[in-house]
Design a binder for this molecule. Structure first.
Ligand SMILES: C[S@@+](CC[C@H](N)C(=O)[O-])C[C@H]1O[C@@H](n2cnc3c(N)ncnc32)[C@H](O)[C@@H]1O
Length: 224
């Protein structure tokens, strides 16, 4: 199935949309330099939907978890706090990772990787791939690159959680156009090798009081 299957709306590219690694680093480092981590629109004090879906998937505490584009999210704090022993946070912004690391401390259970998801080459397999609000920035060949990295990182039986802006969500985030998905679009992106476990919608309340519509998909990679 083509990467665009099930996609509800793709906004025209902005002329200055970063299309290479250096551009993405520049963009996201700038975002985290200009804004406090609690002030960005995607900030949430509690990653409630993520934790509920992790529970629904029955991910064991010992499973290696990767939070891709995790930024300064508190998901890593909550996972470690509830007994997870192996958490990796990947982000293109070293500044975002540093903010999270300053909170969590140098914990041997956490691996921090500054990398671009579209070129990252994971050297191990994860039991859970978690993405909140990163996939929707991918366009064209980046979506294919994203899926290739995911398939390399998640082996048979592994779990995947994807959270993106929904059909009536914003068309832009942090100055960049996004692709909005419904649950069928996310399932189509993963393809037939994954079994859908749960779908959710969420109205995310931003720090400035706006509401953003999110769609979530929890899935498991089939064994064959
Ligand atoms: C909207 S924020 C979401 C952050 C986090 N997942 C959360 O829920 O708080 C998007 C994050 O993805 C990161 N990001 C964007 N493009 C990326 C890429 N190509 N590779 C790795 N990280 C990326 C940004 O630096 C940023 O931290």
């Amino acid at each position: 199935m083509p990467a665009s299957a099930g996609v509800l709306a793709t906004v025209e590219r902005m002329p200055d949309r970063p299309t290479d690694h250096a551009g993405r680093v520049r963009h996201w480092e700038g975002v985290y330099q200009r804004n406090a981590v609690e002030a960005v629109s995607w900030y949430q004090a509690e990653p409630a939907v993520s934790l509920a879906l992790i529970e629904a998937l029955g991910v064991p505490r010992s499973a290696p978890v990767v939070d891709v584009g995790g930024g300064a999210s508190v998901l890593v704090d909550r996972l470690i706090g509830s007994g997870s022993t192996d958490v990796t946070v990947v982000d293109v912004s070293e500044r975002a990772l540093a903010a999270a690391r300053a909170r969590v401390g140098d914990d041997p259970r956490v691996d921090w990787i500054a990398a671009d998801l579209f070129t990252w080459e994971p050297d191990r397999s994860y039991g859970l791939w978690h993405d909140r609000a990163v996939l929707h920035f991918a366009a064209g060949a980046e979506v294919d690159a994203y899926r290739a990295v995911l398939e390399r990182a998640v082996g048979p039986g592994g779990a995947v959680i994807l959270g993106t802006f929904g059909p009536d969500g914003p068309e832009y985030c942090s100055g960049l156009p996004v692709t909005r998905y419904d649950a069928a679009g996310l399932a189509a992106l993963l393809g037939g090798g994954f079994e859908v476990v749960e779908e959710r919608t969420e109205a995310h309340r931003t720090p400035s009081g706006a509401t953003q519509s999110f769609v979530w998909l929890a899935a498991r990679r089939r064994s064959s």
